[in-house]
Design a protein around this ligand. Sequence first.
Ligand SMILES: Nc1ncnc2c1ncn2[C@@H]1O[C@H](COP(=O)(O)OP(=O)(O)O)[C@@H](O)[C@H]1O
Ligand SMILES: [Mg+2]
Length: 159
Amino acid sequence: MVYDAADEAATDALGAALATLLPRPACVALRGTLGSGKTRLVQALAAALGIDRALVSSPTFVLLHEYPGHTPLYHFDAYRLRDSEEFWNLGAEDYLADRHAVTIIEWAERIPRCLPAQRLEIDIEVTGPTQRQFRISALGPDYRSVAEGLRAWSDRPQR
Ligand SMILES: Nc1ncnc2c1ncn2[C@@H]1O[C@H](COP(=O)(O)OP(=O)(O)O)[C@@H](O)[C@H]1O
Ligand SMILES: [Mg+2]
């Protein structure tokens, strides 16, 4: 599905929808150029999960941030990862297997072989100063209901 966000509030709304629709465990793979809004979407998701979004920053030098909560949020940034091995060395397998958690990965295209077969893929494109286009694909049966839920959500009457 394609979701056009007119502004950051619309991105927050997407984060809130994802927080309720994603399975646990969940893996979300984010793609998009620098400044497209990957970290901003993680902030939106964090806020919806009851995590202080001010805690969420680009994991520039830290490759992984952990935000505890009823749904723990594991936030990876693959931009500076040398290779897949470095990702596994961070303990990625255990994070991805945490059955209460959501794992979200910026620059996921850098570690294609590490991504679980079942996941949500989100491509973000800058379409204006405050506009962003989110192209969302659900991979695997566990994510089918996410796709359906998102479609119903984006078709909802707008206030
Ligand atoms: N609708 C929107 N959704 C997300 N970010 C937006 C939006 N409009 C403007 N922005 C801005 O775009 C920038 C995105 O930065 P960031 O999330 O750090 O990008 P990335 O992590 O992809 O490099 C932020 O400065 C944010 O305020
Ligand atoms: Mg970022």
